[in-house]
Ligand binder design. Structure first.
Ligand code: 9D3
Length: 267
């Protein structure tokens, strides 16, 4: 059974962003994943097609009503049940657990999920009580609804699928994954060699693969130390358990000595 996302959303058109573009589009064409959107408006119980109402207890904004949401979720689940393909219902919500690579990798390795997108102030709490298995957030900032979070979840999962990425660059090389060992990526350059007075670092033009590898690792270490010290601490803790390599220890000493940080002009 391929990875499949059923998305409950008032704005199914937004999902063209992954259906019609880039890596996710190609993977869809290759049959590596599937997506279907379910619009609660199709289950509205009034002539206006409205699916929201004012919050009990007063206050600003509107709340998505339970019935149309539950019926959309039920319809999504029913198509999956027909294939014996039950999955979790994940509500994208500011109250959810912040998403990370581990959860994405778990989802990508499974059969997918029903992704529930809220709008307005949120959804009736009884839907969460009755239908939702998990609440997931993108982090501590305010979006206008769950759709962009659902798009992020799907995009991040799809690029993990074997065969989704074109060239040798595999998903495990992404920052935060195993490949880079939890370090940030190094800087990248392409032609021209000189751009607006800024040159490409000589080492990258040298053809000396060992020096290039060492420079990139050093840049990754320096940037991670500068921008994400908590990530470097985690990386070091893992490394010191197994043993920091001589090269890694040497590079970290060099970085300390040089006060090297990603940007030349940093204060
Ligand atoms: C009273 C404060 N509210 C409005 C400013 C709370 C609020 C309600 C609904 C804040 C955001 C939203 C819509 N957000 C999402 O649906 C959402 C979200 C997010 O806002 N940030 C990070 N991750 C996510 S996942 C879904």
């Amino acid at each position: 059974m391929v990875l499949r996302f059923d998305v409950v959303t008032l704005f199914p058109e937004m999902f063209a962003a992954i259906r019609d573009f880039g890596i996710s589009r190609r993977a869809l064409e290759r049959g590596l994943w599937q997506m279907e959107c379910w619009n609660p408006r199709d289950w509205a119980d009034n002539a206006y097609g409205s699916v929201d109402d004012r919050p009990f207890g007063g206050g600003p904004g509107m709340v998505m009503q339970a019935r149309p949401l539950e019926q959309a979720i039920a319809a999504a689940k029913a198509t999956r049940a027909a294939r014996d393909d039950a999955v979790k219902v994940i509500y994208l919500s500011p109250q959810g657990r912040p998403l990370n690579h581990r959860r994405i990798a778990e989802l990508a390795a499974g059969r997918g999920a029903v992704l529930l997108c809220g709008r307005y102030e949120g959804i009736d709490e009884r839907v969460i009580a009755r239908c939702v298995d998990e609440e997931v957030s993108l982090g501590d900032f305010v979006l206008s609804g769950g759709e962009i979070a659902a798009l992020a979840v799907i995009d991040a999962c799809v690029r993990q699928l074997p065969g989704a990425l074109n060239d040798g660059a595999s998903a495990v090389e992404d920052s935060f994954a195993e490949g880079m060992g939890g370090l940030l990526d190094c800087p990248h350059y392409t032609r021209p060699e000189l751009y607006e007075g800024l040159a490409v670092p000589d080492v990258l033009l040298s053809g000396h693969h060992e020096n290039i590898r060492r420079w990139r690792l050093k840049q990754s270490l320096a940037r991670t130390r500068e921008r994400r010290p908590e990530l470097l601490a985690k990386w070091l803790a893992q490394r010191t358990a197994r043993g920091l390599s001589k090269e890694e220890a040497q590079l970290l000493r060099e970085i300390d000595a040089e006060e090297l940080c990603g940007r030349e002009s940093a204060p």
